[in-house]
Design a protein around this ligand. Structure first.
Ligand code: UGA
Ligand code: MN
Length: 281
């Protein structure tokens, strides 16, 4: 069994990212998807995606600590929720392979065949990483002897979260992930007590990229001026329902107070007219 751990958080891109990841995982046998919400409560629309996927899943929530005084780029991403996933695995799982698959990465189906045989810690290249375009172990005579990675400073294991898998049996009972940007993987692997000599290189001795660090353009949630309740009772009910649905997914927000003056273009016989959302009653 592969335990595919996905941290996720509310934002406009969340639903499409998770749908895409679900559709990858639906091709994979013996997989258990652990989706860890960066929230106080599991989000309904995330649960909806999990249910519809038909995959065996665990849905847990654990929000990031309040770090309001810290600039955004210094807040590590997906730590609290990955920690919760690790706790769950420690509590309920005795065998299998753990892989940290972010919601925005692109995974080749071949990766699953590769990582399934991980005995301790395995590693493999990740495409589209920073300055070098790839991050990979360097292999000599079948052994990992170094790393090709643009940022190695102070990192014994200069790897991306998507570049390794580990056996549940090798999961150290206390190893955790730190709230430290750029050092999450390194500290976790160090605390786990892994050695460079024992890393199992995969993907044909690290000659193939089977996972990609794709990034989706960030969207700010749109604020539209209007009243959802009034729209639901108006003649244009579908629009009210549609926008309500997207509001639940954190794509946009409709509020009577401020926001973009959005308009509908209407046709009545041959006459065209415009109606502002805010004027729909
Ligand atoms: C890179 C690595 O690929 C991540 O695995 C690593 O956690 C991160 O850097 C880091 O060291 O901070 P990157 O593409 O820069 O990731 O970050 P995101 O894709 O935005 O976030 C990584 C994962 O954490 C995603 O699955 C995302 O949904 C989740 N996340 C992000 C949260 O759960 N909460 C947040 O506030 C932000
Ligand atoms: Mn990412």
């Amino acid at each position: 069994m592969i335990y595919f751990v996905t941290p996720t958080y509310p934002r406009p891109e969340q639903t499409p990212e998770l749908i895409r990841q679900a559709h990858t995982l639906m091709h994979v046998p013996r997989i258990h998807w652990i989706v860890a919400d960066d929230k106080y409560k599991c989000s309904r629309h995330v649960l909806g995606i999990l249910r519809r996927s038909g995959l065996p899943y665990t849905h847990i929530a654990s929000p990031k600590p309040n770090m309001k005084k810290v600039p955004e780029w210094l807040v590590p991403r997906g730590v609290s929720n990955r920690r919760a996933a690790l706790d769950w695995i420690r509590q309920f799982v005795t065998e299998g392979v753990i892989y940290f698959g972010d919601d925005d990465n692109t995974v080749d189906l071949e990766l699953f065949d590769e990582i399934r045989t991980t005995k301790g810690l395995s590693m493999f290249p990740v495409g589209l990483i920073k300055e070098y375009g790839v991050s990979s172990p360097v292999v000599r005579d079948g052994k990992v002897v170094g790393f090709f990675e643009s940022w190695t400073y102070n990192r014994k294991f200069p790897v991306d979260m998507a570049g390794f898998a580990l056996n549940v049996k090798s999961l150290n009972p206390t190893a955790t992930m730190p709230y430290k940007v750029g050092f999450i993987e390194n500290e976790f692997l160090k605390e786990s007590g892994f050695d460079i000599e024992n890393i199992e290189p995969l993907a044909n001795n690290c000659t193939k990229v089977l996972v990609w660090h794709t990034k989706t353009e960030k969207n700010t949630p749109r604020i539209l001026k209007g009243n959802l309740k009034a729209m639901a009772n108006s003649r244009y009910q579908n629009l009210g329902k549609l926008l309500q649905e997207l509001q639940k997914m954190d794509v946009l927000k409709v509020t009577p107070r401020n926001g973009t003056e959005a308009a509908v273009k209407l046709y009545h016989r041959d006459r065209k007219s415009f109606l502002f959302l805010a004027d729909m009653v």
